[in-house]
Design a protein around this ligand. Structure first.
Ligand code: SAM
Length: 461
């Protein structure tokens, strides 16, 4: 069945509800809420319906349905739970061309009622076309959590701005830019914290050319690859962004979370192609922000862990650009976690060092950190693995547990465990592809046991 969804304006329209039980009470109350002119026909009425009758909000005929009762109705709900009445009401409604819903009888329904999320004036209807009321209410609960109560006043505010812009004759393209600015602003945050006046003031300034807000850059961590590890803030910013400038390591599934209006620019290294120079990237960020755009600079893992986020932050601040930093789950944390390796563990490890295998002084640094920390995490180690593990073997002994995790949290995730003396050979034999992270320390020996458990846990997903 493929339904055509509509919202009906039933104000003062004649609607008949057959039946006076609990189901009928729910329908009567929702219809009264929509200001329909409701007539309930039933020998016995639920106390909730009695109350609405007493308040003068619905009429009642205290008897069973009789053919002809539906004459003149716009809409009928048969909640009588009586098969004989169901048959007759369906026949009468069909003959008269009146839309009818016979509760719990999909084959006798010209319309069905969706599950509703109310953030008036925003109204979201959810339907599984009758396949699963359970799923419909589960999806409703998800949306309710996602769209907080602030969305009601926010929608009303955007509506007011829209009327104003139309009265002023603002061209449609400029109107759309204004709505986008409202959506990506802090207005919802202000409403949430009860600062309605400040919210209205901000909306007014964003909808007038003179007070138009300058662009912003968000330095956002995309996590190690699995889009499920993106923060809620990162998802919101991606959805609102005008431009997304991303690294090559960011997965296509993550990029797919960008809003339909977002323009994507790949500024990373891919297929041997040289990456854009850092100054070029920063210049582009500044250019776009100065044009008034919301720019998301999306980086693998966390922007401030070997991600050059620090340099970009300083350059943007120096250029007077407003910057937001949104942390991400770094591969330094996610890769060991994916292998079931705890970075610290009571009695085993209580300090961690995170470093990279790149740079002229990296081997000296590795030696010092290996001595100083219980667990050592080495990023960008794949291309220099022989050299890195030789240094670590000399410092810690070749028998120290080690693990190499490539493409952590992605479908091609690969984990190799062993000792620091053999891990380079094992990674080579396994044909591990970048990006990969090396973990060295006693906790790495826990990888195998942990991994089995993780596989089992994975089956719940
Ligand atoms: C330039 S650094 C960027 C690190 C990033 N900012 C972070 O916080 O994860 C790239 C290195 O991160 C590690 N890495 C990134 N994604 C990974 C993944 N999915 N699995 C394993 N290691 C990863 C690799 O060591 C890779 O060489």
């Amino acid at each position: 069945m493929r339904y055509y969804p509509v919202f009906l304006d039933l104000a003062a329209q004649p609607v008949v509800v057959l039946g006076g039980g609990r189901f009928a009470a729910e329908k009567v109350s929702a219809l009264a809420e929509a200001q329909a002119s409701v007539r309930v026909i039933a020998a016995r009425l639920d106390p909730a319906i009695e109350r609405l009758v007493r308040e003068g909000r619905v009429d009642a005929s205290r008897r069973d349905y009789q053919p002809g009762d539906l004459a003149g109705a716009r809409l009928v709900v048969d909640a009588s739970e009586d098969t004989a009445i169901n048959r007759q009401s369906w026949r009468e409604a069909e003959a008269a061309g009146i839309l009818i819903n016979v509760v719990d009888r999909p084959e006798q329904c010209r319309f069905i009622a969706p599950a509703i999320v109310r953030r008036d004036p925003l109204l979201i209807a959810v339907s599984t076309s009758g396949e699963s009321p359970f799923l419909a209410s589960a999806v409703r609960a998800l949306i309710e959590r996602w769209l907080g109560a602030e969305w009601g006043p926010f929608t009303a505010l955007v509506g007011r701005v829209r009327r104003e812009l139309r009265e002023r004759g603002v061209p449609l393209a400029e109107q759309t830019r204004t709505y986008r600015r409202l959506l990506s602003s802090d207005i919802r945050k202000l409403i949430r914290s009860g600062e309605e006046v400040a919210a209205r003031r901000l909306a007014a300034s964003l909808s007038h050319p003179a007070g138009r807000r300058a662009g912003r850059v968000a330095l956002v961590g995309a996590g190690p690859g699995d889009p499920g590890l993106l923060t809620v803030r990162a998802q919101e910013l991606l959805a609102d962004a005008d431009f997304v400038l991303h690294d090559a390591l960011v997965s296509p599934e993550t990029l797919a979370l960008s809003g339909p209006a977002a323009q994507l620019e790949d500024v990373g290294k891919r297929g041997g192609r040289e990456s854009k120079r850092q100054e070029e990237i920063t210049a582009r960020l500044i250019e776009l922000a100065r044009e008034g755009h919301l720019v998301v600079r999306l980086k693998g893992g966390d922007p401030f862990v070997f991600g050059r986020g620090g340099e970009e932050l300083l350059d943007l601040i120096a250029a007077g650009i407003e910057v937001i930093a949104v942390p991400g789950v770094s591969a330094a944390i996610a890769a060991p976690a994916a292998a079931g390796i705890p970075l610290t563990m009571r009695g085993v490890a209580s300090s961690i060092a995170i470093t990279s295998a790149q740079g002229g002084d990296s081997m000296a640094r590795l030696r010092e950190l290996a001595q100083a920390a219980d667990t050592l995490v080495v990023l960008m180690a794949r291309s220099r693995l022989d050299e890195v593990t030789a240094v670590l073997s000399a410092t810690l002994g070749a028998g120290r547990p080690a693990a190499m995790i490539s493409q952590a949290t992605l479908p091609d995730q690969h984990i190799v465990t062993g000792t620091v003396g053999e891990i380079a050979r094992l990674a080579q034999t396994a044909g591990m592809a970048p990006p990969a992270t090396l973990v060295v320390g006693d906790v790495a020996a826990l990888a195998a046991a942990g991994r089995q458990e993780l596989v089992d846990l994975g089956s719940f997903g």
